[in-house]
Design a protein around this ligand. Structure first.
Ligand SMILES: Cc1ncc(COP(=O)(O)O)c(C=O)c1O
Length: 445
């Protein structure tokens, strides 16, 4: 299958994200249905990336399309200063599915704005200036969100807004704490966070931000007990716990919210992407009653022209109904257990290039190494150009087999739409299995 090329005009005037422009060579997507999309030269791909891990209900779900179209016919846009039935209903449905007493929703246009507003709320509610976040995290590309981000995409934006401090979260395969077991990793990561809090001065810390399962930076699933431990540390010091569920909220882990898996209730949850599969941009912050109460006798100093946009909220309302009618959460859990996890475990046994497979629900990573004993990554941290060539070769091979993956550094991530069928999933996994032979070719003993 030829690598599809776009006409020159696509890069003449569009200034693309995170890209070196003259080198940009993008396929032109022209249509999609369910878990498949197709590009201008006719090639079709199984979308193992859900676009940018947002397309939870797949391409062109007829009910979602209809929800947007019928709302467009009725009323396309409403200022936030008016009530609007779609916004009201979306907030009710989201709050009803949120854990604990997170009963209010502040709507944004996407994930980074959700993080910005969560940070503002936390600082105002506690009267404290500082926020903590993890290395190996991504929280968005606006000023505050990029400051919280714990990976190389932050570097070009430094110096950042300040008063942001990083800590290491759990990642047993590359433990920052020399741990050998999950229990050790959990205990030591919590001990480390406690030390950071102590050294920074608990009275100065408004919030600890964390991705419930770290997404882009490796699909790092926290050990049981870790999130409860963070909750406990926050409670002991009057610090707010903020869960970034932009990638994992709304079904990606087989739960409405990732924290449900561990029964932990944060003070704020940032969401976006899967809330309406991105048919119209939408994000937001779910707010615990005790934080919302801080704004009962003073105005919340934040807002957006398109907060709770009716087209986006109509899609969110319909999306939640579809989740229930099509039993999406149950399907994610079943497919993880019956199809994805056994297949990945089998690949890990057979391919010397696979260092570790990990994940939950419909979000998994295959971490590739040059040597499984030393765990040297297949490509160096933050590699680009020639250094990244081995990963590029593996990914190109996978695309040539009709599967569109998402990848980060030395990891291939699997994030298919939650509506993918067992047959589609099996065929995508079989293609991945073949492509891992390319990675095996780079293994050195
Ligand atoms: C965990 C997480 N937080 C925040 C964001 C930023 O969201 P957005 O790109 O909608 O601003 C992302 C985007 O990928 C994300 O994965």
């Amino acid at each position: 299958m030829e690598d599809p090329r776009i006409p020159q005009s696509a890069t003449n005037h569009v200034f693309h994200s995170w890209s070196t422009h003259p080198q940009l060579d993008l396929p032109e997507i022209v249509g999609g249905s369910g878990s498949t999309f197709w590009v201008s030269n006719g090639d079709r791909y199984l979308d193992f990336s859900s676009q940018l891990v947002n397309l939870n209900l797949g391409h062109q779900h007829p009910r979602l399309v209809e929800a947007v179209v019928s709302q467009a016919r009725q009323l396309c846009t409403v200022a936030p200063s008016f009530a609007n039935s779609e916004r009201t209903e979306a907030a009710r449905l989201i709050a009803e599915r949120a854990p604990g007493d997170l009963n209010s929703v502040f709507f944004t246009n996407g994930g980074a704005e959700a993080i910005e507003n969560a940070m503002r709320m936390a600082k105002l509610a506690t009267g404290r200036p500082k926020v903590l976040s993890a290395y190996r995290s991504y929280h968005g590309a606006t000023a505050g969100a990029i400051a919280l981000t714990g990976e190389p995409r932050r570097w070009a934006s430094e110096p950042t807004i300040g008063a942001t401090v990083k800590f290491f979260g759990p990642y047993l395969y590359r433990s920052a704490f020399d741990a050998d077991t999950t229990v050790e990793e959990c205990d030591r990561a919590l001990g480390h966070l406690e030390s950071v809090i102590e050294m920074e001065g608990p009275h100065s810390i408004a919030a600890v931000f964390g991705e419930t399962v770290v997404g882009t930076n490796g699909v790092l699933v926290p050990p049981d007990g870790y999130l409860a431990g963070v909750r406990d540390l926050c409670d002991r010091h009057g610090i707010l716990m903020v869960a970034d569920e932009v990638m994992v909220g709304f079904g990606r882990l087989g739960e409405w919210f990732g924290v449900d898996r561990w029964g932990v209730v944060p003070d704020l949850i940032a969401f976006a992407k899967g809330v309406n599969s991105g048919y119209v941009p939408l994000g937001g912050v779910l707010i615990h009653d005790r934080v919302a109460a801080q704004f009962s006798d003073r105005a919340y100093p934040g807002g957006l022209t398109y907060s709770g946009h009716p087209l986006a909220c109509a899609a969110a309302v319909e999306s939640i109904h579809i989740f229930e009618d099509e039993q999406i959460l149950q399907g994610v859990r079943r497919r993880a257990e019956e199809v994805i996890e056994p297949a990945l475990a089998d690949m890990a046994r057979r391919h010397p290039s696979v260092g570790e497979v990990r994940g939950l629900g419909a979000l998994h990573a295959v971490e590739l190494v040059k040597n499984s004993a030393t765990r040297e990554p297949l490509v160096p941290f933050n590699a680009s150009g020639a250094e990244a060539a081995p990963m590029t070769e593996v990914l190109t091979d996978l695309k040539s087999r009709g599967v569109w993956p998402i990848a980060h550094f030395n990891g291939i991530h699997l994030a298919p739409p939650l509506v993918i069928t067992d047959e589609e999933l099996k065929s995508g996994l079989a293609a991945l299995d073949e492509s891992l032979c390319v990675a095996d070719g780079f293994v050195v003993d």
